[in-house]
Design a protein around this ligand. Structure first.
Ligand SMILES: Nc1ncnc2c1ncn2[C@@H]1O[C@H](COP(=O)(O)OP(=O)(O)OP(=O)(O)O)[C@@H](O)[C@H]1O
Ligand SMILES: [Mg+2]
Length: 454
């Protein structure tokens, strides 16, 4: 469905989509659109944001309520991208800014529809997976991780490029390996390379190989990793770190499945499935001119987003016992479990390093522990202090950057908890002490999930 009050835009999109083989319903106003959305489960909705009376945002909200799987793409003029970002937060699939490039829209549309099909099919898969606490060797029973498991199964046998995103330590590489494992390519190589670990000139020859004599030190022909991966899966880790010139070459591999060796003249054809991963926001990198938009669309055919550990706390006890088992046998220690207090601290902690950090903490605790269950004393200072003290006030920004909202939030949360402790958890008193209305105080309690632990 195409919704725009401008006739030229409606016609342009309708003609383009019909040429691509889709059937299109086009309407010129929001209220007719909503009427129609109530009656039909569209595969895709493309709507202008700015329209008189009923806006694109109204349509988006209605559609998400009725058919959460239907992707909604927003059209916006350059001047109003703020609204577009708002729309993304509300659950829009993507937005396109006017004037736009036809090729890009085509890819966005194709991806959106592919994703809807996946989500629809996943409904039945979800039933099968219910109650499982792991998949391949990925531990998790949270709803968010189950969504990831379903996606892995669904996409394993396709050829489409997968883009795995998520903070450091959330298991991106594990997911890439799981996709390989469940695919028809499992007996073929899984080749992985991190674009950040290797200097640019070397990276190019690592990826594509080189011809003898093409640069100092190239004293023989060398196969690139793309050739090594032929028939299998190529895992391109930290793809945001690839230089712009490497990006151009990657684009070519994705589009034509061919490339040249460094210093070579012949095109080499390969059959590889590409899985890319990044812990950066590629959209920001695009805005900053560090990442090619066309490459992004090629990579992001099937996005898999790994949730940070703090957003799936119900997985923490499972992960803890998994790592506990692993490290107690490695260290030949007879540790039966984790004390309630220690577990509480583990569940409360922020886990900026996600599962990797949790694993390290458990390994260390197993080594340090002298009783037969992990006590809070064996946890790191960071975890112990996290529950009691506010984060240190810093006057400089660490070189790896800082998430200001999270940082301020943490301070705010700590002040609130300490105030509540002071008032014996009488909320009204605490709100008064902090000079907040009761309403906004209550809002903050919800926001930070603060409740009195019995
Ligand atoms: N759900 C999980 N279950 C079991 N182990 C996990 C899980 N997620 C991550 N791990 C483990 O945590 C460690 C980090 O995972 P991985 O290397 O896949 O993270 P990543 O997302 O690639 O991180 P980075 O961005 O830093 O490269 C690995 O040892 C992995 O086995
Ligand atoms: Mg990784």
């Amino acid at each position: 469905m195409v919704i725009d009050d401008e006739m030229s835009m409606r016609e342009f999109l309708s003609i383009m989509l019909e040429k691509e083989g889709y059937s299109v319903v086009a309407v010129d106003n929001g209220s007719d659109a909503i009427e129609s959305i109530k009656k039909n489960n569209f595969d895709l909705i493309i709507t202008d944001i700015k329209m008189p009376k009923v806006t694109g945002i109204d349509i988006l909200k209605e559609s998400i309520m009725m058919y959460p799987h239907t992707p909604v793409i927003m059209i916006t003029a350059y001047a109003s991208t703020d609204v577009a970002v708002e729309a993304m937060k509300l659950g829009a699939y993507d937005y396109i800014t006017k004037p736009f490039k036809v090729d890009e829209i085509k890819i966005i549309i194709k991806n959106a529809i592919e994703r809807k099909t996946l989500l629809d099919e996943n409904f039945s898969l979800k039933e099968e997976l219910k109650g499982h606490s792991h998949f391949f060797n990925i531990i998790g029973k949270s709803y968010k991780m189950h969504r990831v498991f379903e996606l892995i199964q669904k996409v394993a046998n396709g050829k489409s490029t997968v883009l795995i995103t998520g903070e450091s330590g959330t298991g991106k590489e594990l997911v890439a390996r799981a996709i390989h494992y469940y695919s028809e390519r499992r007996d073929k190589p899984f080749v992985s390379i991190s674009c950040s670990a290797i200097p640019e000139t070397l990276l190019e020859s690592e990826l594509f190989g080189h011809q003898k004599g093409s640069f100092t030190g190239a004293d023989s022909d060398k196969k690139g990793l793309f050739e090594v991966a032929d028939g299998g899966v190529f895992f391109l880790d930290e793809v945001s770190e690839a230089s712009l010139s490497i990006q151009v070459k990657l684009l070519r591999v994705l589009q034509e499945k061919e490339f040249k060796r460094v210093g070579g003249v012949n095109d080499i054809k390969v059959d590889v499935r590409i899985i890319a991963a990044t812990n950066k926001n590629l959209r920001n990198a695009i805005t900053e001119g560090k990442f090619r938009e066309d490459l992004y669309y090629r990579l992001n055919v099937i996005p898999i987003e790994l949730p940070p550990l703090r957003e799936r706390k119900e997985d923490i006890p499972l992960l803890v016992s998994h790592f506990l088992n692993k490290y107690k046998s490695m260290n030949k220690k007879d540790i039966k479990g984790v004390s309630t207090h220690a577990m509480e601290m583990l569940e409360r902690y922020k886990w900026r390093g996600n599962v990797r950090e949790l694993e390290n903490v458990i390994e260390r605790a197993v080594i340090l522990e002298t009783t037969d269950s992990i006590q809070s004393q064996s946890l790191t200072d960071e975890i112990k202090e996290y529950t009691t003290e506010p984060p240190p006030v810093i006057s400089y920004v660490p070189s790896k950057g800082l998430n200001l909202d999270e940082y301020i939030g943490e301070i705010e949360r700590n002040i609130i908890i300490n105030t509540l402790k002071k008032t014996g958890w009488i909320k009204k008193k605490a709100a008064d002490l902090l000079n907040l209305s009761f309403r906004s105080f209550r809002y903050k309690l919800q926001k930070y999930h603060i409740e009195k632990k019995e």
